[in-house]
Design a protein around this ligand. Structure first.
Ligand SMILES: [Cu+2]
Length: 196
């Protein structure tokens, strides 16, 4: 039973190492993004956009137990009791939709961006998974300047990066998703790379 008659103590515990799946792992990342589980109950914000190697901490500010559970097996916090939290690190690009195992109407998504390094002059490296991500494959798509829509750039690859120095100038748009044993995340937010 949820009780809103009194203010719940914020007895936050350190992130539990047991709650996370393999791709996202519950070890500290470059940054942490917070999602509050509210008394609605709902995930707030419902959608978060983060970079590679960023963690998401779900804090249960409601009076009853909830979970943050991937819709297709990529992570599961397990039960988060009132006033507690759990953290999952995301190491590869994609859109990770999730729900609460105890309240199916509670849904959210974590959108993990691709990364790039380099320069228009020196060439680019694009990245869809961090070096610590292993055991997964990735689909990467590109939308080339003058073309209409995304086509395959890398199909079911286990590589995490690619150099990208095409001769044709313009803006190239990339997106990627993570695959695990027949399951896939949704595609990531779009990464734009300008070739001059
Ligand atoms: Cu719930």
């Amino acid at each position: 039973m949820r009780s809103l008659a009194r203010v719940l103590p914020l007895a936050l515990v350190p992130a539990l190492l047991t709650g996370a799946g393999p791709t996202p792992s519950a070890v500290g990342g470059i940054g942490v993004t917070d999602v509050s589980i509210t008394s609605a109950p709902a995930f707030s914000p419902e959608t978060v956009k983060i970079g590679l190697d960023t963690s998401v901490t779900w804090t249960n500010n409601d009076g009853t137990t909830h979970t943050a559970t991937s819709n297709n097996g990529f992570f599961n916090t397990g039960n988060i009791s009132a006033g507690q939290e759990d953290t999952v690190e995301f190491e590869s690009a994609g859109t990770y939709r999730y729900h609460c195992n105890l309240h199916a109407h509670m849904t959210g998504s974590v959108k993990v961006r691709m990364a790039r390094s380099g320069s228009p002059e020196g060439g680019w490296m694009i990245q869809w998974a961090s070096p610590s991500s292993s055991g997964f494959t990735y689909d990467v798509q590109v939308d080339k300047p003058g073309d209409e829509g995304f086509v395959t750039f890398r199909d079911d690859t286990s590589r995490r990066t690619a150099t990208f120095n095409p001769s044709r100038t313009g803006t190239y748009r990339f997106r990627a998703r993570t695959n695990d044993g027949g399951q896939s995340t949704g595609y990531s937010p779009v990464l734009s790379v300008g070739i001059t």
